[in-house]
Design a protein around this ligand. Sequence first.
Ligand SMILES: C[S@@+](CC[C@H](N)C(=O)[O-])C[C@H]1O[C@@H](n2cnc3c(N)ncnc32)[C@H](O)[C@@H]1O
Length: 254
Amino acid sequence: MATEQVDQRDSKQVYDKAAKDFRSKAPELLTYKYIVRPSLEKAMDEHFTGDRGALSVLDIGSASGRNVNTLIEEGFKAENILGVEISPEQVKIAKSEIPEASFEVGDISAHKLAPERNDLAIMVMVAEFLDKDKYPQALDNILSSMKPGGVFVCVTTHPKRYEAKYGAKEGSAEVTTRGPWSEDKFSNYVRSVDEQKKAFKEAGFVVEEVEELRIPDEVDEEDRQRRAEFTLPEPYARLTIIAKRPETTTTTAA
Ligand SMILES: C[S@@+](CC[C@H](N)C(=O)[O-])C[C@H]1O[C@@H](n2cnc3c(N)ncnc32)[C@H](O)[C@@H]1O
């Protein structure tokens, strides 16, 4: 059977093709288990101490619903969660597996979002798929979808990981990479921590916390082989930026 060719810069094509593999492997990945999910949980514990049942949440690049399931397990109500995802194949899976939540097919840099809806927005492992035009457009769009005081948690590949693996330096460099769920390659865009903080501020967010995350040395027996792949000179694997829409921001009508 001929292998279907995809444009590695086109996330819709890349993730439509990878939809089933991503669905089956993503929730158990080493990085998700040891650092991404704990970082999300920590951010929620710091910012949402009361009843989470009535809060509105946006999951950006929601794929097949890995983080929507985490949000539900953490006390947010499926009915109040909206996922926006560029790959229709993944949205199909998410809708069938989590019918109580809402999912829309869309590109976060342009998708129309209800203004001032969200108490919380999360964007996990998606920023690196946004090129130099889409990244600031996405941040602007996310900001206007947040309630004043709303919290935005962005988890992304740490730029030092690209440097360690590919020698990629800062300056929005493009690298060709792949995920542990399939052999297919795709483009990622590398930004330094400072570039990311600056872009958040330019969009109108107040950056509250920056967490540089590394995989712990000790992992469960079944994860040791994959852990060895993270033994690079540069230890950081993921980056979490927690930001808020200021209480006083007003969005300018287009
Ligand atoms: C590495 S996956 C992460 C998925 C999910 N956030 C998670 O943590 O399970 C990246 C996701 O971002 C989506 N994506 C990429 N560019 C996007 C865009 N411009 N708008 C919406 N989704 C996008 C991809 O289709 C893919 O599902």
